[in-house]
Write a protein that binds this ligand. Structure first.
Ligand SMILES: [Zn+2]
Ligand SMILES: [Zn+2]
Length: 256
């Protein structure tokens, strides 16, 4: 068999597939081109293309390029091979009779590199996604913690502002023990507001009671059935017309 490009004798070279199979290609050690029987070009791994390139000993020698390149099998004219798998800048020739493919060293290199990259893109995706999530989980955790911390700081800030707001709206707060187990709490707000109270012996067990169901400036509540001679904690909550609530700091009253 003679090289379609430079008419030198082609050599049979054995190559190994990725799966360990072997087949022979017809390689021109003079111009570096390779002839593939049908489908063999898809089986040759990139590292064997490199091996073939290393076997090409006289690549720099100028050779007379044939105008019409002929199939080394049956001497039919070779045509450009078009296909989705072939990049635009890669020129492969094929014989429409025997379906063999001719590739120059450069085109074979480019074609196989492209093929390898396309295939390995899938491999890389499936292999690296677990690795990526390993890398991303700490980052996500960090971002989550950051967001949570920020939210906590923000809500603490908001509560503080709400308390300051509530304190500033309340005046004339009076707690009075009417009976040993009954206390009255009265206060005035600058503007009409709805109000409620939570109270208890500890902040963990608080009872809630409505003071003013409708917006008003004067607020009064009587808390009965309290324990005698006991200190109580309480908070007042104010609600404006928009439903926004403001809760005061913890305050105390006692039944004595
Ligand atoms: Zn050649
Ligand atoms: Zn042919």
């Amino acid at each position: 068999m003679f090289c379609p490009a430079c008419n030198n004798q082609l050599q049979k070279i054995s190559v190994t597939t990725k799966e360990g199979g072997r087949f022979e290609v017809d390689h021109c050690g003079y111009c570096g081109g390779t002839w593939f029987d049908p489908y063999e070009i898809n089986r040759i791994p990139f590292h064997e293309v490199v091996t073939l390139a290393n076997l090409t000993v006289q690549t720099r020698k100028i050779y007379a390029k044939r105008k019409v390149q002929l199939c080394p099998n049956d001497h039919c004219p070779l045509d450009p091979f078009k296909g989705d798998a072939v990049p635009k800048d890669v020129r492969l020739l094929w014989c429409k009779r025997c379906l063999g493919i001719w590739a120059t060293q450069k085109d074979l290199w480019e074609f196989k590199k492209h093929q390898e990259e396309t295939v390995s893109a899938y491999d890389v995706a499936s292999k690296f996604f677990p690795a990526l999530s390993v890398a991303f989980i700490p980052v996500l955790t960090f971002l989550f913690l950051l967001a949570t911390t920020f939210t906590t700081i923000f809500s603490v800030q908001q509560q503080k502002e709400a308390r300051i707001f509530a304190e500033s709206r309340i005046s004339h707060l009076v707690t009075q023990t009417i009976q040993p187990d009954t206390v009255s709490i009265t206060f005035i707000t600058q503007v009409p507001l709805i109000s409620s109270i939570v109270y208890g012996q500890s902040s963990l067990e608080m009872t809630e009671a409505v003071i003013s169901e409708v917006s008003t400036q004067t607020h009064a509540v009587i808390l009965s059935n309290l324990k005698e001679n006991t200190d109580y904690l309480f908070r007042l909550t104010l609600e404006d017309n928009n439903g926004k609530t403001y809760t005061t700091d913890l305050k105390t009253f006692s039944t004595r």
